[in-house]
Design a protein. Sequence first.
Length: 319
Amino acid sequence: MRSEASVPFQRRDPERATPAEGADGGSPTPEDEGERAESRPDWERRAAGALAFLRRRVTGEYEVDDFGYDRDLTETVLMSLLRPVYEKYFRVEVRGLENIPEDGAALVVANHSGTLPLDGLMLQVAVHDHHPARRHLRLLGADLVFLLPVVNELARKAGHTLACTEDARELLDRGELVGVMPEGFKGLGKPFSQRYRLQRFGRGGFVSTALRSGAPIVPCSIVGAEEIYPMVGDSRTLARLLNLPYFPITPTFPWLGPLGAVPLPTKWTIQFGAPIPTDGYAPEAAEDPMLMFNLTDQVRETIQHTLYSLLVRRDSVFF
């Protein structure tokens, strides 16, 4: 019987390395794992990703912050559901992402429209999927969003929080990218005849928050959302009965029932403008009403002019 030392040395052929080994015959490296993952069929990668996600959910290997934001669920499930709507249905074109900083706090201020707040969700996908740093946009939502049973949970999991000064300031102080739509329900529920005409931006609370945090303000203009549900009427009686800010009447809703709730497949453009710095102001500047008015008006006018510019260049609502 030969001893182990008497067995002649054999050079291992890297091309004949087993799947459990790396090219040098040792343990597989992350590069080896990545190459094998890329070589798998698409359905196999999706299945492996789904199984890994389920394992993390079962074992509790995921984190939820104190606002309820579940990054793992958002990236793996929610973004996967929204992405086909973004890419195939609305065919969103995004511009000016270089105006969003690679890291650190910033406040994205956008126009709001479309009867249902799909524009906020598409904005979140645009930043996550196309920004070089794949940043997560933490949107500030109205009270109603967090009063609805299922919507409340999903909004929290996706990183959204209540549109109040305390929450916005906390997120900015942590260096998060925060999104706000100051028009609120006035913009979301405006009639089709007033499309792309910005409503009042409230009292400028978002400017005060940015000034206190020293975060730049990034204006954002969204074209295409106004036409997904052309709102030709508002049943105030039904709105009062249902405790809603408005009850939309469109050419298809409520006449076609659930089918009337399907949005029209318009072509969207999202453009981010040049950031407006706020870190050069003194701390007491947030108490100056004239400064807040001027900055609020500057942001609003920037968004409005950009909307007009995009509309002039648009060939069609749907193409």
